[in-house]
Design a protein around this ligand. Structure first.
Ligand SMILES: NC(=O)c1ccc[n+]([C@@H]2O[C@H](COP(=O)([O-])OP(=O)(O)OC[C@H]3O[C@@H](n4cnc5c(N)ncnc54)[C@H](O)[C@@H]3O)[C@@H](O)[C@H]2O)c1
Length: 317
């Protein structure tokens, strides 16, 4: 099987991630079937895609006629059977529950043709667990997107020990074809690569705040205006190779002794959750989140990500 055998895409779950994933494939010219538990959920997902496409038009990332053209390639259904029976490549983006995902994969295994590749967008589960009850474990992998999937280029491709080289190659080629940046994760480990690195940063950030070294606001200020800026241009290995590993080694000899290496959750994180200081969700966290502030940060995030996409598009021409 090669990328040329992929004509029909199915996306299972039309929520925050699923609708954006469906949009990416349809924008690239693929026929997409989108499934959720009810027609209302499917329709809501398609409406979100329409809004995103209008945002792209407003920002000159798409032509106005591409909105209807892209939407015409997306067909929604609340029946898994309808969505799965002709699919060549399926991405599952239902809520994060291992038994639910296993059941969806078990059903897809029965519905889809034998050649169909089944992928999951899970952040937490291993592909070997999700596909455990299927007869096609060589055709299962994770395709882990980052939110929002239509603005962040990277997709982590995580293989299980049973995923075939062919499956991985087709998934890789497909992602390149639709304009994503795939990274291959050779071993299934919790957190893959991106979420693992983010977890390491936030563990130290919590420790800094807990020890009174700096406030959460000042930690954010430091990251946003220093190494955060560099990291969007060059990865950590590139950044440190600009400095030289000898200097890095000398600096880390002392520093590592003082870094947080706890394998327990930071008590401050537990206190935040117990006090219902959840962030945007409860309106309170390290920051006070008024509706205006929420809109402001979401808007800033979108504008910056769109600006980066336009820069990327410009550098390719
Ligand atoms: N939110 C993120 O930032 C993010 C990032 C990467 C990966 N993920 C992963 O993507 C997956 C989806 O997350 P989300 O944020 O889009 O969640 P979400 O709650 O926004 O969407 C999940 C959708 O799945 C639907 N659903 C539930 N059961 C279903 C079933 N049996 N069949 C079909 N649809 C069903 C729900 O109705 C809902 O529309 C999760 O595994 C999550 O861990 C999320």
């Amino acid at each position: 099987m090669t990328i040329d055998d992929i004509q029909q895409i199915a996306v299972i779950g039309a929520g925050l991630m699923g609708h954006g994933i469906a949009q990416e494939f349809a924008s690239a010219g693929y026929q997409v079937r989108l499934h959720d538990v009810s027609q209302a959920q499917v329709d809501a997902g398609i409406e979100r895609i329409r809004d995103n496409l209008h945002l792209f038009v407003e920002n000159e990332l798409a032509e106005p006629d591409q909105v209807d053209e892209t939407l015409s390639r997306i067909h929604g259904s609340d029946q898994l059977e309808t969505v799965g029976r002709d699919a060549d490549f399926v991405i599952e983006a239902v809520i994060e529950s291992l038994p639910l995902k296993q059941e969806v994969f078990r059903q897809l295994d029965q519905i889809c043709p034998p050649h169909t590749i089944l992928a999951s967008n899970t952040t937490a589960q291993m592909p070997s667990q999700i596909g455990a009850f299927t007869q096609r474990q060589d055709k299962i992998l994770n395709t882990h997107y980052f939110n929002p999937p239509y603005l962040i280029p990277l997709v982590e491709l995580i293989r299980s020990p049973k995923t075939s080289d062919e499956t991985l190659q087709v998934a890789y080629d497909l992602m390149v074809k639709i304009g994503k940046t795939p990274a291959i994760i050779q071993k299934e480990v919790p957190g893959f690569v991106g979420p693992r690195l983010q977890a390491a940063v936030i563990r130290e950030a919590f420790s800094i705040v807990e020890r009174g070294i700096a406030t959460a606001e000042d930690v954010d200020l430091v990251v946003r205006n220093s190494f955060g800026r560099r990291l969007s241009v060059a990865g950590p290995f590139q950044v440190f190779e600009l400095a030289g590993w000898d200097l890095v080694l000398a600096a880390f000899e002392e520093l590592y002794k003082d870094l947080n290496s706890a394998s327990e959750i930071n008590p401050l994180l537990r206190e935040m959750v117990e006090a219902d200081k959840l962030g945007v969700k409860s309106g309170d966290g390290f920051y006070e989140w008024t509706p205006e502030k929420i809109d402001e940060i979401r808007d800033r995030m979108n504008r910056t990500l769109i600006h980066r996409l336009k820069e990327d598009a410009g550098s390719e021409t």
